[in-house]
Design a protein around this ligand. Structure first.
Ligand code: CAA
Length: 380
């Protein structure tokens, strides 16, 4: 495995870093406080090519590899994890799924606009009673002449209020359980489609998360992705890539925690010394750095496997499991190093902890990642 990044990959990292520091950082704390969606920044990310990074230029994307995507995701999430998840869902769950499984009509009509960042996408699998147990879809899509009639509710949908296009999983045949699930492209504003209130969340507060409801919503039959009954496979395949994106988001949070800890520990004095000279602090910093490096190794391994079209689902689950744990632990240590200052909103690190926690929950909880990993090893 090559541990050197190419010049192109390093250029992407540098571009993301500069954009994050100059354009995202100044408003991140305020947007977190107000729970304000960063609409202008999302458009700017689109102009940089960051909303459809892995989509072929033929469909308006940047045509980059997954390694570049991970590098950019880390830099953006380091400054604002809310923007990180907005970007990740559009790239990994929506654009990737559409490019891989959509037909030419769908790619031409939807993917082009999503990949260029002109439109924003959302992925709607979870339901009030189908989170980890995603096969238990209650949303139904009933086939009629020329269209499907969609009825049901989706929960915790990232980009739920702001997205233009939604990939929605629904059952087209209840008798077949997960083999009766299908995926549809639903447009904002279609009659019968409404979104709920923005959730008042612990973290990633400037990303918008809400429920969606469908009441006799007519979906044209040409908006069925892949084929009837393949919706669950579609969701699982796209989530494998999504987990690499969330692992990168988590690494960004962990790196930010480490950076702030180093900076603060050199400034803060106790017992007549900067606290960076105390072994208790030095060991915390060393442990954080080791875990972050390990998380990166796992995540780049999964990305590299994806790029050469090898099986990567187990490695993606390992990367997400370990990186999300690293993010939570690093943010906690950063707060500990900051002492009382770490516990107040004036400093950045309390946000890192609030933002980190969700990486252990969405796109498959840590418990689900362990199921994926152990099944791959045990073959059951
Ligand atoms: N990759 C590819 N295919 C997979 C897969 C994977 N990782 N995991 C399961 N599958 C396939 C199986 O091969 C099987 O396919 P066939 O029927 O064609 O043979 C099918 O899916 C069913 O698999 P299982 O029998 O293993 O299903 P299960 O019910 O026992 O377990 C699960 C599946 C792994 C627990 C799955 O339900 C799961 O991953 N749950 C978590 C759901 C999730 O991640 N939700 C995130 C919501 S989206 C989100 O958070 C986005 C956001 O807004 C940020």
């Amino acid at each position: 495995m090559n541990f050197d990044f190419s010049e192109d990959q390093l250029l992407i990292k540098q571009t993301a870093k500069e954009f994050a520091e100059s354009e995202i950082a100044p408003s991140a704390m305020e947007r977190d406080k107000k729970g304000e969606f960063p609409a202008i920044l999302v458009k700017k990310l689109g102009q940089l090519g960051f909303m459809g990074m892995m989509v072929s230029p033929e469909y308006g994307g940047a045509g980059l590899d997954t390694i570049s995507y991970v590098l950019a995701m880390i830099e953006i999430s380091k400054v604002d994890a809310s923007l990180g998840v907005i970007m990740s869902v559009n790239n990994s769950l929506v654009c990737y799924g559409l490019e891989k499984y959509g037909n030419e009509y769908q790619k031409d009509k939807y993917l082009r606009l999503l990949a260029s960042g002109e439109k924003l996408g959302a992925f709607a699998l979870s339901e009030p009673e189908a989170g980890s147990d995603a096969t238990k879809q209650k949303t139904v899509a009933e086939k009629q002449k020329g269209y499907y009639l969609l009825n049901g509710t989706k929960n915790w949908i990232t980009n739920g209020q702001s997205a233009d296009y939604f990939l929605v999983m629904a059952s087209t045949d209840k008798t077949k359980e997960h083999k009766g699930i299908s995926t549809f492209i639903v447009e904002k504003g279609m009659p019968g489609f409404e979104h709920g209130q923005k959730e008042d969340k612990l973290g990633i507060r400037s990303s918008d998360t809400c429920s969606l409801s469908f009441t006799n919503c007519k979906i044209p039959e040409e908006n069925l992705i892949w084929e009837e009954g393949k919706g669950f496979n579609f969701a699982m395949e796209t989530l494998n890539g999504g987990r690499i994106g969330i692992a990168a988001q988590a690494i960004g949070i962990a790196e930010a925690s480490l950076d702030q800890s180093i900076k603060y520990s050199k400034q803060r004095k106790a017992f007549g010394l900067p606290i960076s000279e105390l072994q208790a602090i030095q060991f915390k910093i060393a442990d954080m750095a080791v875990k972050i490096n390990a998380a990166k190794a796992l995540t780049f391994q999964a990305a590299a496997l994806k790029d050469v079209h090898k099986k990567y689902y187990k490695e993606a689950a390992m990367a997400k499991l370990f990186s999300s744990k690293t993010a939570v632990e690093s943010a906690l240590e950063a707060i500990q190093i900051h002492g009382g200052y770490g516990y107040v909103r004036e400093y950045l690190v309390e946000r890192f902890l609030r933002d980190a926690k969700i990486t252990e929950i969405y796109e498959g909880t840590s418990e689900i990642q362990r199921i994926v990993i152990s099944r791959a090893l045990l073959g059951n």
